[in-house]
Ligand binder design. Structure first.
Ligand code: ADP
Ligand code: MG
Length: 618
């Protein structure tokens, strides 16, 4: 007997399948609920989550609310108040339109909704479990809507098991929250995680909102941009090149106030920064594009972050030239373009030091042929005759570093002052004396038994600090150097969260934190192998890198932390070292467990034996 085998999927199965598209992780739920609250014209929205959203995600708004019938209907698939006809799709000004978010979320969790319209006395409450209504009744509810989502993926164990650590899931949620908060500065937001307030954002303008979200220190980095053409209006901010990060930091495109990803437009921006950024540096931008909704298609991706433009090429060109123009203006007249109003926020001027540090990491204009002439201005000539330090303290390794930083701008003058003869004499004498010398401010050359030893200075120091930090975390606490005046490190909420997560390990390494508050930490003690003027720069870069490389397994965290901190704290190529420092590096390196390889598994030194040399002289 033959039988028709095509059948419609039962509603709850269809919803679960749809859920797979819409809800990848707790952050997806956060995004959908926040967007619904915005579409409901809320002026204040509170997000509260527990255990990175795995236990609870709750969004409360003071928006228009729903009637009991609408509240029930909102959980039906394809139930939306936002479009009626397919043509409506092209005039969208709301976030949602597919009408499947609530149905999908409800299918894979326990949802409770409380809602009340402005005009109603009594509100309405409804609870669902796996998409089935288990309770509904009128209730006294404050105006607006609260949706609580508990036990996400309780009936999809595969999904639940694939959730990452709380720290990673929280990071995704913060990402979503930031996008929504930055796009809607006129709306007030509060965000709680396990009763910690992560963000408290008052209604404000765009610049203030960006500062509220990313911390006060971003203010001075922003250059405003506006461009009005027939097809697109561009507003927002781009980051000054000098503050560019080595990690992909804040890069935001909003099209008609919706966060989108666009590799194509990103490329336009990178083009505008051409020649202004060093290799591996990334521009910061917050760009708001307004276009006629009929000229874009945001409906090509279920989670709605991809976009198609009708006039892609023109937008590319306009965007690139607008960014170029803003950057150019700022270069000519920096003081006209932005306000230094955050100057007074941080005592001791440490704030100013932090962002400058990346400039000295690698001396890209470094001319190998002038090395012998220039290098002593930062080290050799000035230091050598004066300091013959007895002890080989680790701080001494940083003398070059801090000097370079403070003298960065006066290099040119030093050049003319250098006494070349003296220099050669000093270095030569030094070589004889110690049997080590530095090559191109990159390698330390020495002899070892029958062979010649060439050590990569940065990788060597990286290895040394890595082992030291790792030992501090796992075996014995590092030595703390007390600071006379605590350092203030301004942080944004996301950095603060991250720092809290690794606070104990940093304390093991030797950091001491006097206080944590919403916007900054006070550092009262630092590891003895880091010098105080470098701390803010090192921690700043550490947090940026750590965020990009958050380890997947908790076990890896101490390794990753030691590695990233060591990388940022180690001396770089381009720094000149005196004899003591060179010797010190070599000695400490060979006291390491694995001196051969850097923590990133690159060779740290090479040895040329006499046989190797003999071969070459054949
Ligand atoms: P969409 O947002 O695509 O319309 P959703 O499933 O997210 O689909 O929501 C379905 C409907 O429920 C919305 O169209 C809206 O009418 C209503 N709704 C959802 N959340 C809220 C809220 N916070 N306040 C008022 N109405 C809401
Ligand atoms: Mg929606």
């Amino acid at each position: 007997m033959s039988r028709d085998i095509v059948q419609l999927l039962p509603e709850h199965v269809a919803n679960q399948i749809a859920a797979g598209e819409v809800v990848q992780r707790p952050a997806s739920v956060v995004k959908e609920l926040l967007e619904n609250a915005i579409d409901a014209a809320a002026t204040h929205i509170t997000l509260a989550i527990k255990d990175a959203g795995k236990t609870l995600i709750q969004v409360s708004d003071n928006g228009v609310g729903m009637s009991p019938a609408d509240a029930l209907l909102s959980f039906e698939r394809h139930a939306t108040s936002k479009i009626n006809t397919a043509a409506d799709l092209f005039h969208l000004t709301t976030k949602g339109f597919r009408g499947e978010a609530l149905a999908s979320i409800a299918a894979i969790s326990h949802v409770s909704m409380k809602t009340c319209r402005m005009e109603d006395e009594l509100g309405f409450e409804v609870d669902l479990k796996g998409g089935q209504i288990i309770r509904k009744e009128p209730g006294v509810v404050s105006k607006g809507t609260t949706v609580g989502v508990k036990n996400l993926f309780y009936n999809v164990p595969a999904r639940r098991n694939f959730l990452k650590s709380d720290r990673i899931e929280l990071r995704h949620i913060i990402d979503e929250f930031e996008r929504v908060a930055v796009a809607h500065p006129q709306i007030g937001f509060a965000f709680y995680h396990n009763d910690d307030e992560l963000f408290g954002l008052e209604p404000s303008n765009r610049r203030q909102r960006i500062v509220g979200v990313f911390g006060r220190k971003i203010n001075e980095k922003l250059v405003p941009i506006t461009e009005d053409t027939d097809i697109v209006r561009i507003e927002g901010f781009v980051g000054k090149p000098e503050f560019a990060k080595r990690t992909k930091g804040e890069q935001f495109f909003f099209v008609n106030n919706r966060y989108v990803k666009s590799g194509y437009l990103h490329h336009a921006i990178k083009g505008a920064y051409e020649g202004l950024l060093q290799e591996k540096q990334h521009p910061t931008y917050f760009l708001f594009l307004q276009l006629d909704p009929e000229t874009i298609d945001i409906n090509i991706h279920p989670t709605k972050t991809e976009i198609k433009f009708e006039d892609e090429h023109a937008i590319y060109t306009i965007l690139k030239s607008a960014v170029k123009h803003s950057l150019g203006q700022f270069n000519i007249a920096p003081t006209l373009d932005f306000r230094h109003d955050s100057k007074l926020d941080t005592p001791y001027n440490y704030k100013d030091k932090a962002p400058r540090a990346p400039q000295i990491e690698v001396d890209r204009n470094f001319n190998p042929f002038s090395d012998n002439v220039v290098s002593p201005s930062t080290g050799g000539v000035k230091r050598m005759p004066q300091f013959k330090r007895e002890e080989q303290s680790w701080e001494s390794l940083y003398v070059g570093l801090s000097k370079e930083e403070s003298e960065g701008f006066s290099k040119v003058q030093f050049e003319s002052e250098v006494n070349t003869e003296n220099l050669f004499y000093t270095e030569a004498e030094d070589r004889q004396h110690a049997g080590v010398f530095q090559l191109q401010r990159k390698y330390i050359v020495s002899s070892l038994k029958e062979s010649m030893l060439i050590v990569h200075q940065h990788r060597a120091h990286y290895r040394i600090l890595f082992e030291e930090f790792l030992k501090n975390i796992t075996v014995e606490r590092g030595i703390t150097q007390q600071l006379l005046f605590p350092l203030i490190l301004p942080l944004n909420p996301r950095e603060l969260q991250m720092l809290k997560g690794v606070k104990e390990m940093l304390e093991q390494i030797g950091f001491q934190f006097a206080s944590f508050d919403q916007e900054q930490v006070q550092i009262s003690g630092i590891p003895s192998s880091i010098i105080d003027t470098q701390v803010n720069a090192i921690l700043d870069r550490f947090l940026a890198d750590f965020e990009q490389n958050v380890p997947k397994e908790e076990l890896d965290t101490s390794q990753a932390l030691a590695r990233i901190l060591a990388r940022n704290a180690s001396i770089k190529t381009g720094i000149s070292l005196n004899t003591e420092e060179q010797l010190s590096i070599i000695n400490r390196l060979f006291a390491c467990k694995e001196p051969n390889l850097s923590p990133e598994s690159k060779p740290v030194f090479i040895r040329l034996g006499t046989e190797d040399l003999d071969k070459r002289f054949k």
